[in-house]
Every structure is written in structure tokens, then in C-alpha cells.
Design a protein around this ligand. Structure first.
Ligand code: NAD
Length: 508
């Protein structure tokens, strides 16, 4: 299905002006669903463009910071009205740009809207605290003050919702932002900035620089004008960013990264619910969610029946163009993504997996123009030295790993460098509780898939997955300083801890 659409000439947005990259170079944005479809021509920016954007953001900061918190948030209300009007068109752009099925693209837009609505509402809620003092005449407040210029560096798989998670709290709290969207989804990223401009955001408050990780992302991370780096993406890039920020005395970063998520299915689970939850966990978004399950840890008693049913349902998954309403799995995002998944499929065989469903590429029909693969399902006993059981694949590649006792399930689950999403399927609250207490994860579900975030719930992981910071409350902390401010309502200076001022003797 080649979809007619005019080619967008994307631009950077710096200090309120839409501009080409200083390099005057561009790169092509093609649909992974059909690479014959050119969607946009995008500025291939460099450190020079980052410099201009960071300077514009710094310049806009003092004035933006002085706006009332509520006034700042009102821009988001305006933004929401504009996005709602274009919701379907935006979802369709996203579906062809990153390949996610249209119903998922719609949900991504809705998640972005919810985030803006959440921060719009939150602006009128209490922020900070009033604390008692040892001295009756004193009052202490804790205030949140903005940190300055925030860099928002985002992945392609939620190209609308994730930038909104990072941009909204930054703006409402009074920071200015330089936004670098993923190079796979520049047009969806640009739309956020276009709506913000129309919604009345002053020039320079949100700047946009398109381009690649090393050429734009890294100069942004290391730029001296940037005070906070909010990054969502792979663990490999996240750890480099953490290291760079640690070297810079004033720079704070939040890095939310990948997962090797698992679903634990006990013998007593509601069978159909568990199988369906596993299918959704493994294959929605073609397995390209940070919370997708790549490990199904299944108890011996139902292993055979579960495996048969799961493979059967996985075989029936409809793979196709993301704009078809009945498509369950669209393509992988890129040729690099495709090669990575096929490489891990090969590695599973090399590591001795028993392959139950072979996830080859779709080579016929219209699908041959995109990066479409079938689900890859295998079974393999847990091994600590296995790479396929421990590394994030980011595709429809899933292992069924048997276990006997609950202790085994916990040990298998935790023998992994990541700790993001976990689902447990059981009817026994004691087992559910033991899993909750003993497993290392950030987002847990019971009798549900491993996917299903809502914007007001904390979302993040442990270990290589991140810091668990991108919950609303935590992000407020990330983009603000806590300032303690104490006022004396009395006529004389009284100190805490019984400290004597000894100033009387000096007065006479
Ligand atoms: P990625 O790490 O390759 O890229 C993410 C962003 O970082 C992109 O904008 C990219 O251009 C930029 N980048 C790349 N190299 C850089 C560098 N050296 N310096 C600065 N910036 C650089 O990730 P991706 O392929 O876009 O996204 C997939 C990954 O994101 C997966 O690992 C997935 O699990 C993770 N993810 C995590 C969450 C979460 O909430 N924790 C959500 C979605 C995706």
C-alpha cells in the first residue's frame, strides 16, 4: 500500500525561526512500511546548530521563568485543542513514519494529549512544602525553581508521547528546552514544536534540532549551556550520557532505557487470559516497546499446553501495512532494526534454542518494500551465559523459559541486567505477592500484559533500565532545584539547636 503524501521539507526551529541546518545538508525520512515512500527531507544538523539552539534557549529562559506557572501551563491547554483537531492525521503520519499499527499510533497521540492535560492541571496544584521551624517566629518553605536549559533527547518508538513526557514538565516548571527527536521520526517530532508555536509559546522557549545521535545528540549533551539532560533510549547511549553528565559539575541527567521484560505464568493462571496477555506483551508494536516481553517464564505443569496455544496465536497474527485497521504487527522501524532482530534470531539457534516459530522476513508482495518480519518463538532452559535470554532484541523475538518452583521463577527473572516491566499470571495472591517482593522491576502487572502505561503512574525501571524517574513527580524534581527559604516574623534573631547569637554583648 503506497500512500500518497506530499514530501515535507523539515526545518530546525531556533529562537522562533524555522531554519535549515548550518551544514545545508539533509537526510531522507522514508517509511519503514514501504521504503519507496519518501515522507520528508530533514536537516542534517551539526554542533553549530546545537550551539545556536542552546543559546536561543538560554536567552529565552529569564523571561519564561518569570511567567506564572499557571500561565505557562495554559500554553499546553491551547496545544491540546490544536492536536485534538488533527488527531487522526497525526496518527496516520506517525504510523507511516515509524511503522506502528494505526490503532497504536492513535493511542500514542492520546498519551501525548493526556500528558499535556496532566501538566496543565498540575500547574494549579500545590508545588513545594511549608515546614515547621524549631523557632515559633520562623516559617520555612521548600520551593521548586527551574534549573535552566533542558535537553530532551528521545527515541522513535513513541515519537509523540515520549517527547511530551519530557517537554511538558520542563516547560511548566519554567525551563526552556532544546528538543532532539529521533532521526527515524523527525516529522512527528517537528509537529510537536509546530503546535507549541501555534499555541503561543514565546520564541526560544522550545527549540528543535534535527539530526543524528553523534552529530546533534552528543554536542547537546555536552553543551555547557545545558543544565539538564532528559534522555529516553537505549542503555548503551544512556550510560555514555550518564558518564558525560557526571564529569560536568552542574549537569543533571535522567536516563530511561531498555528492558528484557518477562511474564511469569504459573500453573494456576487463567489460561486464555495468560496466553492473550503474552501475545500482547510480545508482539504489540512489533515487540518494539521498552516494556515488550521477550521472556515468557512458564511453570512446568502448563508448559506444553501454553506453548502450543501461544505459538498457534502468534502464527495467526496479521502482519501488514500500519494503516490497515486489522494489522496487528507493522514493520520494524529500519534496516538496522531488521538486521538486529534477524541476528538475534540466528544467535538463538547458535545458543541451542528449540525454534517453534521462525521469524523470517516477509519477502513477497507489497511487504517486500518494508521491514516486515514474522514472530520468532523459541524455547530454551534458562542459562546465565546466554546472550539471547539477557540482551534486549527490540522485535518480535520471544523465549519460553520453563520453571519448576516459585524460587526458580524469581531467580530466572532476576538473572538479567535489566529490570523494567514484569507481569505475573496467577490466581494465588501469595505467589503474586512473593513475585512483587522478590523480583527486580519498576512496572508490575498482575493478570495483564507487560505493556499498558498511563501518564499519571510512575514508569521506569531499575538496573540497566534506568532510574525510575519519568513519573510526573520525579520529573518535577529532575528539572527543578529544591530551594529552602526561611522567613523570620519576629523582632529578633533566634537560632535553632539552641545556638547563642551572642550579639547583645556587641551592641553596648
Ligand atoms: P537510541 O538510544 O539509539 O536513540 C535514542 C535517542 O538518542 C535518539 O534521538 C538518538 O539520535 C539519540 N542518540 C543516539 N546516540 C547518541 C549519542 N551518542 N549522544 C546523544 N544522543 C544520542 O534508541 P532508539 O533506537 O531510538 O530507541 C529504542 C530504545 O529506547 C530501546 O532500548 C528501548 O527500550 C528504549 N526505550 C526506553 C523507554 C523508557 O521509558 N525507558 C521508552 C521507549 C524506548
Amino acid at each position: 500500500m503506497a500512500v500518497a503524501q506530499s514530501v515535507v521539507e523539515a526545518r530546525n526551529y531556533v529562537g522562533g525561526r524555522w531554519v535549515a541546518a548550518s551544514t545545508e545538508e539533509t537526510f531522507e525520512d522514508r517509511s519503514p512500511a514501504d521504503t519507496r515512500q519518501l515522507l520528508g527531507v530533514v536537516p542534517r544538523s551539526s554542533a553549530t546548530d546545537v550551539e545556536a539552539a542552546a543559546r536561543a534557549a538560554r536567552q529565552a529562559y529569564p523571561e519564561w521563568r518569570r511567567w506564572s506557572r499557571i500561565k505557562r501551563a495554559e500554553v499546553l491547554d491551547e496545544f491540546v485543542q490544536l492536536v485534538k483537531r488533527d488527531k487522526e492525521e497525526l496518527a496516520r503520519l506517525m504510523a507511516v513514519e515509524c511503522g506502528k499499527a494505526i490503532n497504536e499510533a492513535r493511542a500514542d497521540v492520546v498519551e501525548g494529549i493526556h500528558t499535556a492535560q496532566y501538566w496543565f492541571g498540575r500547574a494549579r496544584m500545590a508545588s513545594g512544602e511549608v515546614l515547621a521551624s524549631e523557632i515559633a517566629d520562623k516559617e520555612s518553605y521548600v520551593l521548586h525553581k527551574p534549573k535552566g536549559v533542558v535537553a530532551a533527547i528521545t527515541p522513535w518508538n513513541f515519537p509523540f508521547a515520549i517527547p511530551m513526557w519530557l517537554i511538558c514538565p520542563s516547560l511548566v516548571e519554567g525551563n526552556t528546552v532544546v528538543f532532539k527527536p529521533a532521526e527515524e521520526t523527525p516529522l512527528t517530532g517537528q509537529r510537536i514544536v509546530e503546535y507549541m508555536e501555534k499555541a503561543g509559546l514565546p520564541a526560544g522557549v522550545l527549540d528543535l534540532v534535527h539530526g543524528f545521535g553523534e552529530e546533534v545528540g552528543w554536542p547537546l549533551v555536552t553543551h555547557p549551556e545545558v543544565d539538564v539532560v532528559l534522555f529516553t533510549g537505549s542503555a548503551q547511549v544512556g550510560s555514555m550520557i550518564k558518564e558525560a553528565c557526571a564529569r560536568d559539575y552542574h549537569k543533571f541527567c535522567v536516563c530511561e532505557m531498555g528492558g528484557k521484560n518477562a511474564m511469569i505464568v504459573f500453573d494456576d493462571a487463567d489460561f486464555d487470559l495468560a496466553v492473550n496477555a503474552a501475545v500482547i506483551s510480545a508482539f504489540k508494536t512489533t515487540g518494539q516497546r521498552c516494556v515488550s516481553a521477550e521472556r515468557l517464564i512458564v511453570q512446568q505443569g502448563i508448559l506444553e499446553r501454553f506453548t502450543r496455544a501461544f505459538v498457534e496465536r502468534a502464527r495467526r497474527i496479521r502482519i501488514g501495512h500500519p494503516l490497515n485497521e486489522d494489522t496487528f504487527m507493522g514493520p520494524l522501524v529500519s534496516e538496522a532494526g531488521l538486521n538486529k532482530v534477524l541476528g538475534y534470531n540466528r544467535l538463538a539457534r547458535e545458543e541451542g534454542a528449540q525454534v517453534l516459530l521462525d521469524g523470517g522476513r516477509l519477502e513477497d508482495g507489497e511487504e517486500r518494500y518494508g521491514y516486515y518480519v514474522r514472530p520468532f518463538v523459541y524455547t530454551m532452559p534458562h542459562r546465565s551465559d546466554s546472550r539471547v535470554l539477557r540482551e534486549e532484541v527490540f522485535g518480535p523475538h520471544v523465549a519460553i523459559v520453563p520453571f519448576k518452583t516459585i524460587e526458580d521463577a524469581i531467580a530466572i527473572h532476576n538473572d538479567c541486567e535489566y529490570g523494567f516491566a514484569l507481569s505475573v499470571c496467577s490466581r494465588d495472591y501469595r505467589k503474586i505477592r512473593a513475585i512483587r517482593e522478590e523480583c527486580e522491576f519498576g512496572v508490575g502487572y498482575v493478570n495483564l500484559p507487560t505493556i499498558g502505561a498511563e501518564v499519571h503512574l510512575p514508569f521506569g525501571g531499575l538496573k540497566k533500565s534506568g532510574t525510575g524517574m519519568p513519573s510526573a513527580a520525579a520529573l518535577q524534581e529532575a528539572v527543578t532545584h529544591r530551594v529552602t527559604f526561611t522567613i523570620n516574623h519576629g523582632q529578633e534573631i533566634k537560632m535553632a539547636q539552641g545556638l547563642q547569637t551572642q550579639v547583645e554583648a556587641l551592641e553596648s
